[in-house]
Write a protein that binds this ligand. Sequence first.
Ligand code: ATP
Ligand code: MG
Length: 451
Amino acid sequence: MIRKLFKRVFGRSARARSAVSGAAIPFEQHGVSRDGISYGAKRVTDGLQAAGFKAYVVGGAVRDLLLQREPKDFDVATDATPEEVRRVFRRAHIIGRRFRLVHVMFGQETVEVSTFRRALEAEEAQTDAHGRILRDNEFGNMEQDAARRDFTANALFYDPTTQEIFDYHQGVADVQAKVLRMIGDPATRYREDPVRMLRAVRLSAKLGMTIAPATAQPIFGMKELLSNVPEARLLDEMLKLLLSGHAVECVKQLRAMHLHHGLLPMLDVILEQPLGERFVMLALENTDRRIRDDKPTSPAFLFAALLWHEVLTVWSKRMATGERPLPALNEAMEIVLERQRKKLAIPRRYDVTMKELWLLQPRLEQRAGQRPFRLLEQPRFRAAYDFLLLRCESGEADPELGEWWTEFQDATDERRAEMLVPDSDGGQKKRRRRRKKPANGAPAAETPVGE
Ligand code: ATP
Ligand code: MG
């Protein structure tokens, strides 16, 4: 006990000892100007400093500014406690139970303010049987706060007042060399938090940085640890990855490092079929493009795309046993979603949209009578049409179908009437019969989309 206290007061962890103690790098050497800092983050650092506290912009924002990229958001680290932070600002809320953060609001912008923390020494930390840290930190000082962060590039503190960067782990040099390097012993740090493996992949892909060999190497032997991570956290990280604007690169890297197995189990199988791989990659490219163009993207669309070929496979198998198309599709969707749920918990709130997208695919094949008009009125028509275009582009659906809908949705009434496909296959009779016995209230699929 006394030894522990002594160590806490006088000692430093091996990680902190190895650091260059707080080298302040002047503006001339790094070029990050105060102008790059958001209005809110400047207000927060100015306000805290005026109240006598230390306050720095920290983490991803400093790294992004060094790389001349626009930061997604700004985080501030300070030696003020959450209560002290809250007292300085008018619109500030303390959030989180385990480790409390403060959200300070300025109009649309929210700045996340955290008090310096330190990682606990091994004997103080609570870990699970695999070494994953369950309770990991307490208030600490700035140097300790740098040491608990994951990569050297993410452990930089920027003072908007002096325009200096405080760098304990040669992070500026690493960013300039575009190297992502784990602070401390990489294997230990992955064991503490296996999500860091996914973060390495995502950040390197997104920022065009190479993972330092010693940081990459342990990943190959440690990927199983991801199965101990709580599902919600895994999903969070997967969403960040898929919606990073660099999903194609990320998925390629995940595959190269054999990290995709536990995450999207079907991805393995799908990526091995040429049509499946093409479809998934096109869907990811499409999402990346939309994100870069600042267009909205929906996780449900993406998950629907990732699982589509799995649905197709199960659907066509069931139809091969004589099941009718629509019930077979409904069954296939349930089976695929259930299987996926056992791995990466895709939240149920996405189910409705995913199912709608899938169910609309066979309906897009119906081009006779009133049906195409009814489809145009569907709130999900646009998403279903985008989905169809990807299917056409991947070679799974007939391109002519996609072209037909492209023209139909913007055509004049006369042209639309001309475009309708005559109901020549006895569909009239079939429809009348079916109307008496609707399946799930949804129109019956007449032309199944098989493989
Ligand atoms: P992004 O640009 O995607 O936001 P980021 O690096 O800012 O990337 P955040 O998840 O916003 O990522 O985390 C903010 C900071 O918190 C990181 O820069 C890093 O210093 C620290 N951090 C986040 N996750 C971890 C982790 N798992 N282990 C250690 N430090 C972490
Ligand atoms: Mg961030």
